[in-house]
Design a protein around this ligand. Structure first.
Ligand code: RUQ
Ligand code: CUA
Ligand code: CA
Length: 651
């Protein structure tokens, strides 16, 4: 095994992480990738035929938006932005607003009743069948608030948000298993949980000094995509990344921890030369639950919380403060990157299972056996500064991103993968270097996190763009860079500025999605029997209105309301034509919703401002778009008389 890195070197590396970004800005800033963008590789027809992109795109990319709170969608290979999918934050442009009670409920913390409109999406993970994408859903986590969103790929809209109990948030690694029955969510930020959990773990925890505890939440996913909180396993450590195994690693859950020191500050989190990769036997978690070895909490009386002591779990040391944890296509190798080192460890699950069987153990911590790293590793590679995440192609190569080096190193995998790339490439060695602009976070090879990578492309999601694009103020965009990898060397073919801030992405074949996207909702058809109506409820101080919205009228076109009353409106779009959306925005009120074709939207708000307020359509839907408006007349209660009620001509 490679010599361990000394803490002194760690400090030097950390300084390097900081300094490196500055140095690279100067050194690499002016370099233009002239050859890589030569016309021969980057030609689009002119004039552009209709549907050119529709016919030539191969993948949809779903990129997490980070602090944007949802996901971005674009096409590959064109790198053309298509849309945004709002999930955890309100986004009026894409029709995701809390005045719709359905959306408000999804965004409301079920335990505190608080509406939460901030979020931080990290790791999209697509639904799979037999370890391969199936195009049904993309799930993604919100780091800040411990929520999981499910995006339905027939509408590109969020269908469910699941809140995870027993944690104050700060969750990171998220992964959906090979058959979409189980997903896992790690708690990255250590917790001081309810007493029931603290007592069950039996660890001394001081609420101020720590050390705290954390764990993994198991989320069950029903056949229709409905998520529910299945279980949690807690123990002494936090976790960063999570992967549910498949193939050679079926039945195992792998997690990494960078703070095995259980510290509460950055210096403390770097005290050890190595941290851990964990192997959890999933069946042993189910068995502990079946054997009733769990507690529940007041907050979540139906979610079993299991102690690490009651399940089968092992660790093996890996280079310090690991970040990437990625599994090769057959499920055999786990590549982990020590982000403050130059080292990538390749751990072989078959050797892990042998080590468990033959007790190749070098010690234990908190009762967890530490498997001998010399025995379980296939390789320890010294590849460059600041390794981040890793992806795999279909030809037996791994791609490792480097934040500090600002490049991607292509490495030939050993073992069963040798037959894919032949003997010409030395295994566990770099065979190509792809320069990136600049600091690489995640990478995505389409299917590169599944049993069947599609290969062909890699997208580098770069954190720092420097001067790659037209400057636009101190806050520069991110850079998604597309390379073709069907050949060596790889070629940079395109770059795309995109808003903050992608962590991971999923690239799903167009063929799995294109045929099923809806052009209109069927809800309005179901609501067709509902005539426009207005109902005044003097006891509840509520006006309930059913409003038809169709080119180019709102019916009713006038709505009178006593000041201070609640307005509950059901808006029904009568449109079935493709791409004809309407909206309902209300002058001087914090109300603006979008109605896609055939969509039915409930909205609720208090009519607290007196006067004439026009409601108008926000989409330019026809030549009569601007005339598509109506009045809400709010009358002070002292001036209100029932004869001022809006009366519709009876149908
Ligand atoms: S976390 S790159 Cu997946 Cu690395 Cu943000
Ligand atoms: Cu409807 Cu503009
Ligand atoms: Ca550490």
């Amino acid at each position: 095994m490679k010599a361990l890195i000394s803490p002194k070197l760690v400090a030097a590396l950390l300084l390097g992480l900081l300094a490196g970004t500055v140095v690279f800005g100067f050194l690499l800033g002016p370099v233009v990738q002239g050859a890589a963008t030569s016309p021969s590789q980057y030609q689009r027809p002119y004039p552009m035929p209709n549907q050119f992109y529709k016919q030539t795109e191969e993948f949809y990319v779903f990129a997490s938006g980070g602090q944007q709170g949802g996901m971005y969608v674009y096409g590959v290979p064109s790198m053309k932005y298509l849309s945004e999918i709002p999930i955890f934050v309100e986004d009026q442009a894409w029709g995701w607003v809390a005045e719709d009670p359905k959306i408000r409920q999804m965004l409301t913390n079920p335990w505190t009743g608080e509406l939460i409109t901030r979020g931080d999406t990290h790791h999209p993970s697509a639904s799979k069948t037999n370890g391969v994408y199936d195009g049904r859903w993309v799930f993604v986590n919100d780091k800040q608030h411990a929520r999981i969103g499910r995006v339905d790929l027939d509408t590109f809209r969020t269908g469910q948000i699941l809140w995870i109990p027993n944690t104050t948030g700060g969750v990171h690694g998220f992964n959906v298993g090979p058959d979409t029955k189980l997903a896992v969510q790690n708690f990255e930020h250590e917790q001081y949980p309810e007493k029931a959990i603290r007592d069950h773990l039996g660890l001394a925890i001081d609420p101020i000094k720590g050390p705290y505890v954390a764990g993994v939440a198991g989320i069950r996913i029903a056949d229709d995509g409905t998520m529910s909180n299945g279980w949690q396993v807690w123990g002494p450590w936090q976790f960063d990344m999570a992967r549910i195994g498949w193939g050679d690693s079926s039945g195992w859950l792998m997690t990494t921890a960078y703070n095995t020191e259980r510290a509460t500050d950055a210096v403390g989190m770097f005290q050890r030369d190595q941290d851990y990769l964990f192997f959890w036997n999933l069946a042993s978690i189910e068995k502990a639950i079946a054997d009733k070895k769990y507690v529940t909490t007041e907050q979540a009386p139906d979610v079993p919380v299991v102690s690490w002591k009651d399940v089968e779990v092992y660790v093996t040391p890996i280079p310090l403060n690991p970040h990437g944890l990625d599994i090769s296509p057959t499920g055999k190798y786990f590549l982990t990157s020590g982000k403050a080192t130059t080292l990538i460890a390749a751990v072989d699950i078959e050797k892990v299972l042998l080590a468990i069987k033959d007790q190749k153990v070098i010690g234990e911590e908190f009762g967890v056996k530490i498997l001998d790293p010399d025995f379980v590793r296939a390789a320890t590679m010294d590849l460059g500064m600041g390794p981040t995440h890793i992806e795999f192609d279909d030809k037996g190569y791994a791609y490792v991103g480097f934040f500090v080096d600002s490049d991607i190193k292509k490495v030939a995998l050993g073992g069963p993968y040798v037959k894919l790339h032949g003997q010409q490439d030395k295994v566990w060695k770099v065979v190509d270097v792809l320069p990136a602009h600049y600091s690489v976070g995640h990478l995505v090879v389409p299917g590169g996190d599944t049993a069947k990578p599609y290969g062909k492309y890699i997208i580098s999601m770069n954190k720092l763009t420097k001067d790659t694009f037209l400057n636009h103020g101190p806050l520069e965009s991110e850079n998604h860079e597309l390379f073709t990898i069907g050949q060596t060397p790889a070629k940079l073919v395109d770059q795309m500025p995109l808003g903050p801030e992608t962590h991971y992405s999923q690239a799903i074949p167009v063929s799995l999605i294109q045929g099923k996207t809806k052009h209109s909702y069927s809800e309005a058809a179901a609501a067709v029997g509902q005539q426009p109506s207005v109902e005044y409820d003097y006891a509840a101080k509520e006006v309930r209105v059913t409003m038809s919205v169709v080119r180019s009228f709102f019916t009713p076109g006038i709505l009178t309301v006593p000041q201070g009353w609640m307005v509950k409106a059901k808006l029904i779009s009568g449109e079935t034509a493709m791409d004809i959306s309407h909206g309902f925005a209300l002058d001087s009120y914090n109300v603006s919703v979008s109605l896609d074709p055939g969509e039915v939207r409930d909205i609720e708000f208090v009519a607290d401002k007196a006067g004439v307020h026009w409601y108008y359509c926000i989409w330019f839907c026809s030549e009569l778009h601007m005339e598509m408006r109506g009045r809400m007349v709010v009358i002070p209660q002292s001036e209100w008389t029932p004869d001022k009620e809006t009366k519709l001509p009876s149908a």
